[in-house]
Design a protein around this ligand. Structure first.
Ligand code: 6R9
Length: 644
């Protein structure tokens, strides 16, 4: 691959320059204990200090940081700011509809609400270690509820509002959540999302749920289950605004967040309290070149890890002003992001390549009609950013004044792992650049040999970092198998990567059966399981295909049972099945009928070939001689042409 243009940084006094990055990085590797001890002391307030900074073993999957230390995460995000920042704005909430009023919540007020909410949850029977499921839209109450759980020491499990009742139920049952917090409805791009109705459906199958706490967002009529459902605002009104934060062990779980893997059902990623907070605070501070007067906006949903780490825990523990946006980039029109930037003088903006591509498609006028002079740093996350999108973001949105920070990380890593830092390094469009302090990535070949210098292969991390996930909820064995058994002694990311002559990393995408659709992870196995639920489907194979806006689309090959004929109607039915089982985000873009699927003699579906056909790369199918029946491939190509 040819190297792209390298941009020098515009002149500005950044917190970290090239030399500082080099020195700091070297120190962080040479004396990792010292580095992470210093960060922990500077960034987090502890009740009790540690006896050992790090204690981990990648063979057994034992990860411990700040042993025996204690703290409370909500206290770190709230109480300790009250002396200096009580009147500082913690959350600016921008509603879906620009005509609705903005909500401004200052640190003192956020503290009061979180204490009240902790009282409410406690009155409902929530105790330290209990699981609380949060299924809310992008409203400040989502952050309030997360922090209230942290205050009690309860473990939250946030489920993205776009997931179906079935998905929600699956996550509630896996975590055995006691309480479900939802809203009467969500609102996105002018459309209502029936969250309470979904929650009701889910609760038919969730024996662990004792109470459903309902936040009022709209005015729609909703179904009410007496004895189970409780209005949030009614409870909050009478709740005490004093709630002593519970002392937690650094290793006590802070939350569970479900994410898709290459096999089976979504896994509950477990994050710690102490290490996670140190890591999110530290990355937030350096990656976004944080300043006290910044207005910081991350456009992710709190239902994803980016929302957890870089809307709630990283920024609030740092005492930042965070903008929280309920809507979508294109509503009421494609200027919305930039109007919001101007309205609140946003200085740091963090979004996903898919949003950038969607906006490019609408034309530059939607951007150039706004001012955007407040912007200082632009960030991206979620998937590889194509150089065209990078250029547009840099030139059109940032007017070549703002560095574009490409941050690579995962739900499992808790925080940013490989990234550019503003002012500290040159930028190469499309490259996530260099490791963050303390991290040592490596590239290995399929046999696990570590490749030196310029290399292309599988991305692993060779040592632990405080934000690393600690386990898969209820299944530590699966954790060890998924992450530590492929390349023993290393954490396997599931991503492919290339390292160039300057040591810059270029993430090439997933090397497992996970598809990245608009920055959201979807397991092909999950979509296949949903499709075969329908009586007409004999077999289904799902692969990713290139998609102009989403990055990857979902391409499903479906073999029908005898007695069923392909039809547009049946396609719609099957799409509906996936929507119901998983949610709208997993609905296939293409369903191709297939008489048969390409299989090896041992019966394994050859997805490599299916991916090529889906991507229209049939000239480079590679070796198909191991197929049980190689005529299947030819038939699929013909069927694809006919179906168009
Ligand atoms: C934070 C988040 C993780 C997967 C990851 C990789 C892809 C994320 C990226 C990127 C290239 C970047 N990914 N950031 N690929 N460049 N800057 O997105 O977590 O939802 O768990 O997804 O996303 O493939 O493995 P998650």
């Amino acid at each position: 691959m040819e190297e792209k243009t390298v941009y020098n940084m515009p002149g500005y006094s950044w917190n970290i320059n090239e030399k500082k990055y080099q020195d700091f990085y070297r120190q962080s590797i040479k004396d990792s204990d010292l580095f992470w001890e210093t960060q922990a002391k500077q960034l987090v307030q502890w009740k009790k200090s540690w006896t050992k900074v790090q204690n981990w073993d990648f063979y057994t999957g034992t990860i411990r940081w700040y042993e025996e230390a204690t703290l409370n995460v909500s206290e770190n995000c709230l109480d300790r700011h009250l002396q200096k920042r009580a009147d500082k704005i913690a959350i600016i909430w921008e509603p879906d509809n620009p005509d609705e009023p903005t909500r401004i919540i200052r640190y003192a007020e956020l503290h009061r609400q979180v204490c009240k909410c902790a009282s409410v949850l406690s009155d409902l029977g929530v105790r330290k270690g209990d699981r609380v499921c949060i299924y809310l839209p992008m409203i400040p109450e989502a952050a309030v509820c997360m922090l209230a759980c942290a205050r009690i020491g309860a473990i939250h499990s946030v489920v993205f509002g776009g997931f179906s009742p079935e998905s929600l139920a699956g996550r509630i049952n896996d975590s055995k959540s006691k309480i479900l917090i939802t809203a009467d409805q969500g609102l996105r791009g002018g459309r209502y999302i029936p969250l309470k109705a979904n929650a009701d459906k889910a609760c038919h199958q969730t024996p662990s749920i004792e109470k459903v706490l309902v936040v009022q967002r709209g005015k729609q009529d909703i179904n009410w289950v007496a004895g189970r459902d409780v209005w949030y605002h009614e409870q909050m009104e009478k709740a005490s605004d004093m709630y002593d934060a519970v002392e937690m062990d650094a290793e006590d779980p802070l939350f569970i967040l479900y994410t898709s893997g290459s096999t089976g059902k979504p896994k509950g990623i477990v994050h710690s309290s102490g290490g996670y907070l140190v890591y999110t605070a530290c990355t937030f501070k350096y990656v976004f070149d944080y300043r006290e007067d910044d207005v910081y906006w991350c456009t992710a949903d709190v239902g994803w890890i980016t929302g957890h780490s870089y809307i709630v825990y990283g920024p609030l523990s740092t005492g930042a002003t965070v903008l929280m946006f309920e809507g979508v980039p294109t509503y009421p029109d494609a200027s919305r992001f930039w109007h919001v930037v101007d309205k609140h003088r946003v200085s740091v903006f963090y979004t996903a390549p898919t949003a950038i591509r969607a906006l490019i498609a609408r034309g530059n006028e939607f951007v150039t009609c706004t001012d955007r002079s407040s912007l200082r740093v632009l960030g991206t996350v979620g998937e590889p950013i194509n150089p065209e999108a990078w250029e547009w973001y840099y030139r059109i949105v940032g007017k070549q004044r703002c560095p574009v920070i490409d941050t690579w990380w995962q739900t499992e890593t808790g925080g940013i792992m490989i990234t550019s830092l503003p002012g500290a390094m040159n930028m190469k469009p499309g490259s996530a650049s260099l490791p963050f302090f303390g991290n040592v990535p490596a590239i290995v070949d399929d046999k696990g040999n570590v490749l030196q210098g310029e290399a292309n292969g599988n991305l692993v991390l060779t040592r632990s970092w405080p934000g690393q996930m600690r386990s898969i909820y209820g299944d530590h064995e699966r954790y060890v198998k998924m992450y530590f058994s492929t390349y023993p002694g290393n954490y396997f990311t599931g991503d492919g990567a290339r390292r160039d002559k300057d040591g810059f990393y270029w993430i090439t995408g997933r090397v497992d059966d996970v598809i990245n659709v608009s920055g959201h992870r979807i397991g092909t196995a999950e979509v296949e399981s949903a499709l075969v639920l329908h009586e007409s489907v004999a077999e289904a194979a799902v692969v990713g295909c290139p998609h102009e806006i989403k990055g990857q689309g979902i391409y499903a090959y479906v073999t029908l049972c005898d007695g069923y004929e392909p039809s547009d109607e049946l396609q719609q039915t099957l799409r509906g099945v996936v929507r119901k089982e998983i949610g709208g985000l997993a609905v296939p873009d293409v369903i191709q009928w297939a008489n048969a699927l390409p299989k090896t003699r041992s019966g394994k579906i050859m997805r490599r070939i299916l991916r090529k056909i889906a991507a229209n790369e049939v000239e480079s199918l590679g070796d198909i001689s191991t197929l049980a029946d190689s005529t299947v491939v030819e038939k699929l190509i013909i069927q694809k042409k006919q179906q168009k």
